[in-house]
Structures are given as C-alpha cells and as structure tokens.
Write a protein of this length. Structure first.
Length: 272
C-alpha cells in the first residue's frame, strides 16, 4: 500500500475531513437561509406588506400603518348625520347620544320640518319636542336641552352656533365630544371627537391605555397629524361599524386587529 493511501486511512485525517465537510455544509445551509430571508425582507419592503402578527410595533408605527389602511378603505368620509347648517348639526349630534346615527336621521326630518332654527325651536313646547324625538331615547333631557340651548343661542350668540369649544361646551346637553364634532364638521377646526366606539378601537389597537375617553383623545392627538384628525375620526367610526364591532368580533378576520391588535385582546379572544 502506498504511503499516500496509508495517510488517507489515518483516523485523525478521516475525522478532520468529516469535521470540515460538516461545517462546510452548515455554512452553506445558513447562507441559503440568510439569502432567502433577505429576499423576503426586500419583497416586503417593495410590496409594503404588513409583518406577521407576532412582530412588535411602536405606537407611532401602528398609527402610520393604520392610517394607510383606513385611507384605502375610506378615501371619502361623508358626515353620517343629516344636517344643513351648524344649528341642525348641533341638534343632530345632541340627539345621537346613546342612539344610532341611522335612527337620528329618521327622526330629525320631522323635528326640522317644524323648527330648524333657534327662533323656530323656542316657539315649540318642550313636550312637543319630546314627543318627536322620543325614538332617540333620553327624550326628557334632550328635549329640554334643545329648548334651553336655543334660547341661549338667541340671547347670547345672535342666534348663531358659536365656533368656540368653550362657548359650545357651556350650552345645555353639549359635552366635549359634541362640541368637537360641531367644531370639526361644521367649522373645519381640527378636533378629534372620541366616542365609545373610537375609545374601544384605540384600546384594541394598542394606541391608548383605554382608561377613559379623555386619555384616549390625548393619545390619539399625539399619534396622528393634526391635519388628518377631522377625517380620521370618521374613518375609525366607519371601520368600527364594518369590521370591528363591539360584539361578535373575530380579530383574526379584522384587517387591523389581526395585525396590529393589542396582545391581551387577541389572547382574550382566542380563549375558548
């Protein structure tokens, strides 16, 4: 047997050869994995596809991604409550408390047929207003508020709806949310009206702690540019109605919760 053949049969050389082959295989295998991973990342960047649900996002990253989704789904945002001027909008928003926009839109034509200005409204009896708006709920308080605020508009604001948060919130039956809707939709002033629906979605998406609507409004104003507040709050409302309802919601099928949903909410919904 030749010396070179004996050298090859040396156990030490055999082990070395096997060891070298093994590591070459490992290096090649991981190079293949890294190459494909990089290709996948490049594709995601080009297509702007969301990352898997397990990925952690900052609130700012979520806000940007959610804005893009909502803009694609709702490029236009018609005001849900039928009205013709700031006064009829104010009355409609007041009536919408704990009532659906659809029902309000069915009731207001009957009310506005009798009175659609403060001057005409104070000519009605409170009981007459109450009877018309009864389907909207809370009719005793709402009817009195409509009558009283109409008097105040005439006596203190020349019969006009004031374009001021402070003045609006001083009116009977008008809270910060109602004032925000009127300021944004009647006067175009940047505002972010937060109702229970927006409050719920902001918590589900991990954009706010969800402790109260005041905190949620503050968080959302910080996360989103002021220039889109007026449109965005309507987009969130539309999305909540179509994809993210309070009951019977499957986050896995939700275009936003399925990707950017709060982990605690997703785990809770996954529990049998």
């Amino acid at each position: 047997m030749r010396n070179d053949e004996l050298e090859l049969m040396n156990p030490l050389n055999i082990k070395t050869s096997v060891f070298t082959s093994y590591w070459l295989f490992i290096i090649h295998h991981f190079s293949f994995i890294i190459e494909n991973l990089q290709r996948s990342i490049d594709n995601l960047k080009e297509n702007k596809e969301p990352l898997p649900m397990s990925t952690k996002y900052t609130r700012k990253e979520k806000a940007t991604a959610i804005t893009d989704i909502l803009e694609k789904l709702y490029p236009s945002t018609p005001i849900p409550l039928d009205h013709k001027d700031p006064y009829t909008l104010l009355i409609a928003v007041l009536l919408s408390a704990q009532c659906t926009d659809v029902r309000v839109n069915k009731v207001t034509p009957f009310l506005f047929e009798k009175a659609d200005t403060p001057q005409e409204m104070i000519q009605l009896e409170v009981e007459t207003i109450k009877g018309i708006i009864r389907p909207c709920g809370l009719s005793p308080r709402k009817s009195q508020a409509i009558y009283d605020l109409s008097h105040i508009l005439i006596n203190e604001h020349d019969g006009q709806v004031p374009a001021s948060f402070e003045a609006l919130e001083a009116l009977p039956g008008v809270g910060h949310k109602t004032a925000s809707v009127v300021m944004s939709q009647a006067f175009g002033v940047p505002a972010f009206p937060v109702d229970t629906h927006i409050h719920r979605l902001a918590w589900r998406w991990g954009l706010s702690t969800g402790k109260n609507v005041e905190k949620t409004e503050k968080d959302l104003k910080y996360l989103f540019p002021e220039a889109i507040w007026n449109k965005l709050h309507l987009q969130i409302i539309f999305f909540g109605r179509e994809y993210c309802p309070a009951r019977g919601h499957n986050p896995k099928e939700c275009p936003i919760c399925g990707i950017y949903g709060r982990k605690a909410y997703l785990n809770e919904r996954a529990t049998p």
